[in-house]
Design a protein around this ligand. Structure first.
Ligand SMILES: *[C@@H]1O[C@H](CO)[C@@H](O)[C@H](O)[C@H]1NC(C)=O
Ligand SMILES: *[C@@H]1O[C@H](CO)[C@@H](O)[C@H](O)[C@H]1NC(C)=O
Ligand SMILES: *[C@@H]1O[C@H](CO)[C@@H](O)[C@H](O)[C@H]1NC(C)=O
Ligand SMILES: *[C@@H]1O[C@H](CO)[C@@H](O)[C@H](O)[C@H]1NC(C)=O
Ligand SMILES: *[C@@H]1O[C@H](CO)[C@@H](O)[C@H](O)[C@H]1NC(C)=O
Ligand SMILES: *[C@@H]1O[C@H](CO)[C@@H](O)[C@H](O)[C@H]1NC(C)=O
Ligand SMILES: *[C@@H]1O[C@H](CO)[C@@H](O)[C@H](O)[C@H]1NC(C)=O
Ligand SMILES: *[C@@H]1O[C@H](CO)[C@@H](O)[C@H](O)[C@H]1NC(C)=O
Ligand SMILES: *[C@@H]1O[C@H](CO)[C@@H](O)[C@H](O)[C@H]1NC(C)=O
Length: 293
């Protein structure tokens, strides 16, 4: 008995030591956040309003830097919000070290190059807003790892390539905007697994093929797939269970066949544009803004 308990004690002690050692190896603190932000600043090649030049100085805490907020509980960087500042450059992969980041918002600047895969390490991220920049290359498949993500705005950039199947892992996602890029290939079936999705905008790209039948996406309010190369027929039950649907745009594609009668179930619909397709059908039971051609 004595032997056994002392063995257990030794075992637990060694496990404990390993645990401490492993923790220490992964420990990040506000100093890590500071070096991540300084790395980010160092890749900004133009800052015409001098927003960061003087303000982001190591003589004050990063929590006082313009665009940066920290959370009270951990004292770590919680959000980085730099909108409309005409900042130019590439995004440092070191931002992936901001392990408590919840909001990353760089909307409307001139950031270019590829979106670093390291951002997919930001496991607490809820909002990623980088619309109106000049990003190019693919959208990293590892974005599907951001399981807390609720808002993903990538619109008005130069992203190309396919949307990864892994997008379906974003079970918390409410809004997905990839409009006005150069994306191609199919809209993945896995979007049907994003059961929280309310708003999806994939307009003005080169998406092709048939679209997934959205008939069980009960939270959807806005769907905009306009100006792509999508085709095929809409199944009869397409609109069966879209009670929240308000805006639905499929215009300027190559859909054919008839408009499903199930559209009568969409009692919240206020905006419908199916124009510039090869669709036929009657919509006399609908009111609101209807565009058919
Ligand atoms: C952060 O951790 C490093 C070691 O990893 C340490 O040298 C530094 O003093 C710590 N900074 C703060 C503010 O605790
Ligand atoms: C940086 O900007 C913030 C917000 O405008 C301000 O509160 C802070 O004092 C500035 N810090 C320095 C060092 O200029
Ligand atoms: C982008 O920011 C500039 C100011 O830097 C502003 O003039 C412009 O209206 C903004 N554009 C958008 C789409 O927000
Ligand atoms: C932060 O991330 C970069 C690149 O992702 C890495 O090389 C670096 O070692 C990290 N720095 C710290 C202080 O953790
Ligand atoms: C996309 O790339 C084209 C040239 O390839 C360029 O003219 C255009 O301004 C870019 N758009 C954005 C939003 O970066
Ligand atoms: C949804 O997720 C489940 C389990 O994660 C998977 O088996 C299924 O194939 C997915 N469905 C679609 C349409 O992606
Ligand atoms: C919709 O149906 C697909 C398969 O038919 C399933 O994988 C998905 O989880 C369903 N989504 C919702 C929101 O029920
Ligand atoms: C509305 O949806 C139900 C199933 O939820 C379906 O049985 C019915 O036919 C639909 N109504 C129309 C007008 O298609
Ligand atoms: C939805 O349609 C309404 C009515 O036309 C319009 O005012 C609104 O901007 C549209 N919303 C989106 C997100 O497209």
């Amino acid at each position: 008995m004595v032997d056994l308990s002392s063995h257990l004690f030794l075992l637990s002690l060694s496990l404990h030591c390993c645990f401490i050692a492993c923790l220490a190896a992964n420990t990040k603190n506000i100093t890590t956040d500071q070096s991540a932000l300084l790395a980010f600043k160092s890749l900004i090649t133009s800052d015409p309003y001098d927003v960061l030049a003087n303000n982001w100085s190591t003589s004050s805490s990063v929590c006082n830097w313009v665009g940066v907020t920290c959370d009270e509980r951990h004292g770590r960087v919680h959000s980085l919000i730099l909108r409309n500042m005409r900042l130019r450059g590439t995004v440092s992969p070191n931002l992936g070290n901001l392990s408590f980041l919840v909001i990353l918002d760089l909307k409307n600047n001139s950031f270019g190059g590829q979106l670093p895969t390291e951002l997919c390490r930001l496991r607490r991220l809820k909002i990623l807003h980088i619309s109106y920049n000049e990003f190019e290359g693919g959208i990293p498949a590892a974005l599907g790892d951001l399981s807390q993500l609720e808002y993903l705005y990538l619109g008005v950039n130069n992203f190309s390539g396919f949307i990864s199947q892994s997008i379906g892992n974003l079970h918390q996602l409410k809004e997905l905007e990839i409009g006005q890029n150069k994306m191609s290939g199919p809209i993945p079936q896995t979007i049907l697994n994003m059961s929280s999705l309310e708003h999806i905008n994939l307009a003005v790209n080169y998406f092709s093929g048939e679209i997934p039948s959205l008939n069980n996406m009960t939270s959807l309010r806005v769907v905009d797939f306009a100006f792509n190369n999508l085709n095929g027929r809409l199944p009869n039950d397409f609109f069966n269970q879209l009670p929240q649907l308000r805006n639905f745009s499929l215009n300027n594609n190559q859909f054919e066949g008839s408009i499903p009668q199930s559209i009568g179930n969409c009692t919240s619909l206020i905006y419908l544009d199916l124009s510039s397709n090869f669709l036929i059908g009657m919509l006399c039971f609908l009111s609101g803004h209807i565009y058919l051609k």
